[in-house]
Ligand binder design. Sequence first.
Ligand code: HEM
Length: 245
Amino acid sequence: MHWLFVTLRPTVNHVVITPQRNIVTRTWGSSVGRKAIVAVTGAIFLLYVVAHMLGNLKIFFGIEAFDAYSQHLREIGEAVFGYEGVLWIARVVLLSALVLHVAASFSLWRRARRARPVRYQHRQALEGSYAARTMRWGGVIIGLFVIYHVLDLTTGTLNPLPGESSAYTKLVASFDRWYVALFYILAVVALGFHIRHGLWSAIQTLGGNSALRQNALKGLALAVAVVITVGFAIVPLSVMFGLVR
Ligand code: HEM
């Protein structure tokens, strides 16, 4: 069959013409390109997650501070983009990044699986497959969590205080149920594992991993993950233990 495609390829004076590929097909078409897509979209999430975690800590400044912050998110750039305009731009960017992140990771995973039909034998490779499994399942847990989370605290659909209650009262009402607080804590622990491994792989992909700096960079990825996990988990924990009412 191969000879058929060879003879059908377009030629000029017997020189084979390779069709021009634009930057999108070139990036998606190579595994390095898809790894870069995962890394860049991952960096967008990391920035969002850090900003969100810092914003959440406003809960310790009281109800007025937290609700004012929630209101402020809707009013940023109002003069140019209208009420909630910037928020909607951020939502579209995050959702597009999510689609690309999942599609590129999934396609890389499928490619690796096709290339390796026989299971790993030695230790280092086993560790690699453990990390990949943790990333896959961690990603699924985080995805399900975000869906629940938006229905809980943004739309209020699954919140005990739906309707027009403030961001602060919705948050406290939600975490007053210990099993919901626990679910949030488990989700942010899964997020921590995902960030630690994701950051570490991204550093390796970008070539910043000389043998000398390897341990320092691994430590940095772990530190970022721990700070983010603790920074998020402290909010449901504080409601559970009555420090935030
Ligand atoms: C204990 C941890 C968390 C708390 C207490 C929390 C709190 C909140 C609150 C109060 C809102 C509503 C803000 C408002 O409408 O003014 C919100 C929205 C949101 N959070 Fe979280 N969050 C947590 C973890 C996370 C994590 C880990 C992620 C992502 C991985 C995340 C992603 C989002 C998203 C996407 C929205 C919707 C933004 C929008 O469309 O308006 N949150 N969060």
